[in-house]
Design a protein around this ligand. Structure first.
Ligand SMILES: Nc1ncnc2c1ncn2[C@@H]1O[C@H](COP(=O)(O)OP(=O)(O)OP(=O)(O)O)[C@@H](O)[C@H]1O
Length: 492
């Protein structure tokens, strides 16, 4: 019975219209979010659904009954409200405040405190983590603790529908998550229906089944988060620069704000050969600005923003169970910040590195390669290889002074790999297990990093401007690096 249906709702304050023709339905057990800019009418709508603000036109149904046919007490048995600013007297204790939530279930004038009341109150205090200060006076609690007390009070009502006005306001990060996880669980396990105002678009996207987007009192969208939280819609409604990304761990949208100077990133500076340092035990590239990086590094792998790139020499007998931690320690010992660093390892001597800058009219790239081929493998016959680690690896870095699409990052990796394969073929590097021509080594690593400034490079396939430079650069540097290391350390 506990769905909510709002039909053609109009209304506001003393004749001033706030909501115009608002219609939507919330099914039982749904987590329904309301989003919209300041003053768009979210709280006004919630007040009308909770019965404290009359509306001018239209209807609100709770189950199959019009909200106007409920007495205040009847409504309180079905709907509980957690509002933004509670005006409750702060001289009550925590437990007394929560206990007020049981009022809706009392009959007659002289009400007794039943065992069931006590059980419910204790249970909700436990859920919200406030039972330990139940005898304290409310006035001594922090904003977040008070918020949890009022949530417990709303839950003590044992409502079928819970209305929340920014429930995570005042809560620290861990309580925000705990609270929303708990509420989400109740919708699933207890069939609780939740209608909640959110200001945090990302939280709404993570937890809501559906979102109602309001602007100037009108419904702009009423759909799943994926369909409501699009870059265009949010930019138009909130009138600000944002970008829509994907949440890295769950299938939910992730909005990020873009500060006005976001694209300045280090002014006009570029990454050049002068930023590369070759030392006995590592090659270091320190970029003057953060670079968007996609890599298979030992540390800093995946996609992220980094300004320090290190390729460390380790002896061919190197063995560490926790090589990631070990490399991090090394980075710290060298006075570098591991959170800004992508790190790789190689048994190739640093003097065998080959690096060079390649220029196009709109952008440039810097290619850095170390190549040991003692461990070379023909990928088409790698099934014939035992799974044993042998030293010898090709580490390829491509730094682009340019702005790349996500697609271009991926295509850069394909193009660079093809160029590397061609270099191996050119030098007839054998796979020692099969005797055929190798296509790489079994531990190759790659890194594409871009300043994300300058002309947009949408593609990096082999015949695009960026692809041509990567193809030539990686081929030449790999060829040169292999020749150097074959001459000086043929066992790698
Ligand atoms: N009690 C009131 N009397 C008169 N006007 C009001 C009252 N409360 C709100 N308003 C007006 O109604 C409009 C909508 O306000 P409402 O509080 O519903 O917006 P909201 O979307 O919840 O905003 P916010 O995000 O800032 O909380 C605003 O223009 C506001 O000034």
């Amino acid at each position: 019975m506990t769905s909510i249906k709002v039909e053609n709702l109009f209304g506001g304050y003393s004749g001033e219209p706030v909501l115009t023709d608002v219609s939507f339905t919330v099914e039982q057990g749904e987590f329904f979010g309301i989003l919209g800019p300041n003053g768009s009418g979210k709280t006004t709508l919630l007040k009308m659904i909770s019965g404290v603000l009359p509306f001018l036109k239209g209807s609100i149904f709770v189950g199959d009954r019009s909200i106007q046919s409920f007495s205040a007490k009847e409504l309180a048995q079905v709907i509980a409200v957690l509002s933004q600013h509670s005006s409750q007297a702060f001289s009550y204790t925590v437990k007394e405040t929560v206990a007020l939530g049981r009022y809706a279930h009392k009959k007659g004038l002289f009400q007794t405190w039943s065992q069931k009341d006590e059980e419910v109150v204790q249970e909700v205090m436990q859920w919200t983590g406030i039972e330990k200060f139940q005898e304290q006076s409310l006035e001594f609690l922090s904003g977040g603790e008070k918020q949890r007390v009022f949530l417990a009070q709303a839950l003590a009502q044992e409502p079928e529908i819970l209305l929340l006005d920014e429930p995570t306001n005042h809560l620290d990060l861990s309580y925000q998550k705990d609270l929303l996880d708990l509420l989400h669980k109740w919708t699933r396990e207890k069939g609780l229906t939740i209608i909640s105002i959110f200001h945090d678009i990302n939280l709404a996207g993570l937890y809501c089944d559906r979102i109602l987007l309001l602007e100037d009192g009108k419904v702009i969208k009423n759909d799943t988060p994926k369909d409501v939280l699009t870059e265009n819609t949010i930019q138009q409604v909130f009138k600000t620069k944002i970008e829509m990304h994907q949440h890295p761990k769950v299938p939910a949208p992730l909005m990020v704000l873009l500060p006005d100077d976001a694209l300045e990133n280090g002014g006009t500076e570029e990454v050049t050969e002068n930023h590369v340092g070759v030392f006995d035990d590592y090659i270091l590239l320190q970029s003057p600005m953060m670079l968007k990086t996609m890599s298979s590094g030992v540390i800093g792998s995946g996609i992220g923003w980094y300004n320090t790139f290190i390729n460390r020499y380790v002896d061919k007998s190197y063995h560490s169970r926790n090589y990631r931690e070990e490399l991090k320690r090394f980075v710290v010992e060298e006075g570098l910040d591991p959170s800004n660093t992508v790190g790789m390892m190689t048994a190739v001597k640093m003097e065998n590195v080959q690096y060079k800058q390649y220029l196009d009219k709109d952008f440039s790239i810097l290619v850095v390669v170390t190549a040991g081929v003692g461990n070379a493998v023909d990928v088409s016959r790698s099934v014939e290889h035992p799974f044993v680690y042998r030293p010898g690896t090709i580490n390829t870095w491509i730094i682009v002074n340019g702005r790349l699409s996500e697609e271009a990052f991926i295509q850069s990796i394909i193009t660079a790999t093809e160029a590397k394969v061609k270099a191996l073929a050119e030098l007839q590097i054998p796979d020692q297990e099969t005797g055929t021509i190798a296509t790489g080594t079994s531990t190759d690593s790659i890194l594409i990093a871009a300043t994300q400034k300058g002309k947009y490079q949408e593609f990096a396939g082999t015949i695009t401007p960026l692809g041509k430079l990567i193809g030539k650069g990686v081929y030449e540097c790999t060829l040169e690096a292999i020749q150097k290391s074959l001459k000086r350390s043929p066992d790698l």
